[in-house]
Design a protein around this ligand. Structure first.
Ligand SMILES: [Zn+2]
Length: 189
């Protein structure tokens, strides 16, 4: 019988599983660019009230490891970097999740919209950091950060549905799925 040696109970649980995955993927701090050496960002992400998959997704976004077309193009120059929705700009992580019209259609319907910083560059990390600074003093800031993370995750899933299955998910549906996901987790916590 398999035993999970990282818990006294020898039983697997998703929290310790997540921690291992996190340590496995997380490069040593000294190998990170300077702006990513801020432990509070990672500690905050670890405590975020979202499901482990959303947390892992956010971690990948913050490290620039989501396979958007701009990143694929850098490795394979013969591929197009253009956004599969608007075809006007490179599909960076920030474009895909925040600035593309398709993403804005979703954000503009959410209660978080007015709190969102406008990305100054193309670094998702900086945008997330600014959002965290803005929201951390609000009484429901943690809940709103969880909602933002859930929306990012569902925008990415809707994008993949469009790219790989040619299925167009309506913005209202993407938002509703995100709200439900965020609420489910906070009501369980
Ligand atoms: Zn676009």
């Amino acid at each position: 019988m398999l035993q999970w040696s990282l818990k006294k109970s020898k039983k697997y649980d998703t929290a310790s599983g997540y921690n291992i995955a996190y340590l496995f993927f997380h490069p040593p701090l000294e190998h990170c660019p300077d702006n990513m050496k801020q432990k509070h960002i990672w500690q905050h992400l670890g405590k975020l009230k979202v499901t482990p998959s959303v947390k892992m997704f956010l971690w990948k976004c913050l490290h620039g490891r989501i396979p958007v077309l701009e990143l694929i193009h850098r490795r394979f120059p013969s591929t197009s970097p253009l956004c599969p929705y608007c075809h006007t700009q490179s599909e960076s992580i920030t474009h895909c999740l925040i600035t593309c019209n398709k993403a804005q259609d979703i954000w503009s319907r959410s209660q978080i919209y007015l709190h969102l910083p406008h990305p100054t560059g193309d670094q998702f990390f900086e945008w997330w950091q600014e959002l965290k600074t803005k929201l951390e003093w609000q009484h429901d800031g943690e809940r709103l950060m969880g909602l933002v993370a859930s929306i990012c995750w569902n925008i990415w899933k809707a994008r993949n549905l469009w790219v790989f299955e040619h299925t167009n998910q309506m913005p209202e549906e993407t938002l509703q799925m995100s709200v439900t996901l965020a609420q489910q987790f906070t009501s369980l916590a």
